[in-house]
Ligand binder design. Sequence first.
Ligand SMILES: Cc1ncc(COP(=O)(O)O)c(C=O)c1O
Length: 396
Amino acid sequence: MEKLAILGGEPVRRKPFAQFPVFDERELSALKEVLESGVWGGYNPKVAEFEQAFAEFHQARFGITAANGTVTLETALAAAGIGAGCEVIVPPISFIATATAVLRIGATPVFADIDEATYNLNPSRVEEVITKRTRAIIPVHFAGQPADMDALMSIAERHQLIVIEDCAHAHGASWKGKSIGSFGHFGSFSFQASKNLTAGEGGLLTSNDEELAEIARSICNQGRRTGGGWYEHVRLGTNYRLTGWQAAILLSQFSRLPEQIERRNENARFLNEQLSGMDLISTPYVDERVTSHSYYLYMIRLNPEQFPGTTKDNFVKALAAEGIPCSAGYPHPLYKNQVFNDYKHIRNDCPEAERMCSNSFWLSHEIMLSQPDSLNDVTFAIEKVVGGIGDLAKAI
Ligand SMILES: Cc1ncc(COP(=O)(O)O)c(C=O)c1O
């Protein structure tokens, strides 16, 4: 067996994987159109064009753009009337914004544990933390795999809860043929630089509820109402508007999304096949009711009994040294972040989330857009690190 790169051997790969984001003349000419229109702010017609196209693609009647995928969560919560004294159930495995958006509007995030296999909110754990103060649930479609929307919507209906789907990882994903972002009262999307669809920054809410959509739009636009005057403010709002530049990029990038989803799925099938026989690792578990996975992250779980003496972090460092872009992922469940030290009452016992943080990592998403032949290097590098696990354990 060849020496691991982290121990001084030759790396498996020195070339980069696919370029991301992908762009060409389409983006340049869309930007030029905005430049020449002179309408550089939030009311460039491209904003409405993007809102409509993106919402329709996700089977939603309304699309409301905003500055990013954090303020979309805050706006959705505020539009639903959630604030001080309310509890909102969130998963502990997500980006921090899913939970801090709840704090920012004055409510309390309550963590419910994840499902061991999918890493998404476990509906049984959600039921256990419902109290008379619970007003909403924010399921995250983690890594691009839809959460169990059958069970979560049924719980929400029984308890009359608002559902805000955090779709930041899952552009274009679907559950039993129905698009994510069309189940709950709102779907919240991010177009931040790392996301499958990006303009560097940006966000969008989908909704099928006309009244909630109008309130959300109004909050994002200084409390104005649709059809109202520029200096007419009917509610407390702020300026979360998206610019014409971002809409131009998003429209062009959006035209590439279906083909990119296809490529990500093709590459995931290849990796699943190639990596399936190894005891040390498990490839992503996908619920059979998922009809489209957007593979924002390709999750790999390490089986700890198979690698005594080393850790996930060391495995990931060794894989990165072989030239494979990967991340050790979230270091701990959200509630272990210092920000929550000031909120001692927040519930924080989620053993599955703890386990996930100690044994799961992800391949970065440019790998999922690469040509299939470069994926051989990924499987070869993983096999090499698995084969050299004993040396790694001794050396680190
Ligand atoms: C699950 C999740 N929710 C919310 C956000 C916040 O989005 P943004 O960075 O656009 O504010 C992100 C990403 O950054 C995310 O991954």
